[in-house]
Ligand binder design. Structure first.
Ligand code: PYC
Length: 322
């Protein structure tokens, strides 16, 4: 638990954004974790030290869009680090924009240089490559479409069809035409629509493989007409914030669906824009178990190095519950 004998606790963080989406990497001051692998360490953190998540991510220090990344040791020989991702409401299975932010942070701290670096996440090992030209790519875990053209009855919106796919998180990718253009001025309507879909999925017990919760909803407009992108998306994240980046796990799920539909082949590059019209570049390899292994490339920028102070007298030292 929190050290009551220590008058002030300092948590050192490095902040960045990846194509607009913020990441806060905890580099020092976190409690030591128990577990043989990152998944076990995440479960230990959740059960025993959830205050770290709320202190770092909730207001007044954080915000609903920010993803936290706790840097930790990995027992895997070929990994430079492990990482546990969290947000304003809980823990994420994975996060590719966050992995790009983590790699940029490690490079900023002089811990890694240009080249390939294994990183252990709760869903498996990924490889982050620092290219030296400002971009970082992440070779993700196997991604695949689990269910095709599922019909969901969404109160207020009627029948909505979509695919269920894994890209490191579970996604529902909307196939039906969307009542609002995927434009920044429609954020409120897009949020309400995707939130209604997620609520309906839960109510109708529509889930991913192994009963995985579908906690991300994605709308991709492949006819958005952008000169610099093949598609433009809107992604609702578990804490109800929208992803400011094109969402790396969401882009991976999208690539898996494009491949399953025969619309994308190894060797081709898919340019996925997010709602801010920044772009992730995606490529695929076929996976031996089916589906694809995507590689997602984008840029992250360091925008802060901070000592968070946890003052025992501060009533909101562990954040305002969200
Ligand atoms: O880039 O994978 C991602 C992601 C997940 C949630 C927010 N960003």
């Amino acid at each position: 638990m929190f050290d009551q004998m220590n008058p002030m606790q300092i948590i050192r963080v490095v902040d960045s954004h990846t194509e607009g989406e913020p990441t806060r990497v905890v580099v020092d001051g976190a409690p030591s974790l128990r577990g043989d692998d990152v998944r076990q360490k995440r479960d230990w953190l959740k059960a025993n030290h959830d205050w770290l998540r709320t202190a770092c991510l909730n207001e007044p220090r954080g915000n609903e869009a920010m993803v936290g990344a706790l840097l930790c040791d990995s027992n895997l020989d070929d990994c430079v680090a492990g990482v546990i991702f969290f947000n304003n409401v809980g823990y994420l299975n994975s996060c590719i924009h966050g992995t790009i932010g983590l790699a940029q942070t490690l490079a900023h701290l002089g811990k890694i240089g240009v080249g390939d670096h294994g990183i252990e996440t709760p869903v498996g090992r990924v490889t982050a490559t620092v290219h030296g030209d400002g971009t970082i790519s992440v070779r993700n875990v196997r991604s695949y479409r689990f269910a095709t053209d599922i019909n969901v009855v969404v109160p207020g919106f009627g029948h909505v069809h979509g695919d269920v796919a894994w890209g490191g998180n579970w996604f529902f990718l909307v196939r039906s035409s969307v009542p609002f253009p995927v434009q920044i001025e429609n954020i409120a309507q897009l949020s309400a629509f995707t939130l209604a879909i997620r609520t309906a999925l839960t109510a109708q017990a529509i889930r991913g493989e192994d009963d995985g919760e579908i906690d991300h909803i994605e709308i991709a407009d492949d006819a958005a007409g952008l000169a610099h992108a093949d598609s433009k998306n809107f992604v609702l994240c578990p804490g109800n914030a929208y992803d400011r980046s094109p969402c790396g796990t969401g882009t991976s799920a999208k690539l898996a669906c494009l491949f399953a539909d025969g619309k994308l082949s190894p060797g081709q590059t898919w340019r996925q824009a997010g709602i801010l019209e920044t772009v992730f570049l995606g490529t695929i390899e076929t996976a031996s178990l089916g589906g694809v292994v995507p590689t997602i490339a984008g840029r992250a920028f360091i925008n802060g190095e901070t000592n968070l102070i946890i003052d025992p007298l501060d009533p909101f030292r562990f954040g305002i519950p969200s």
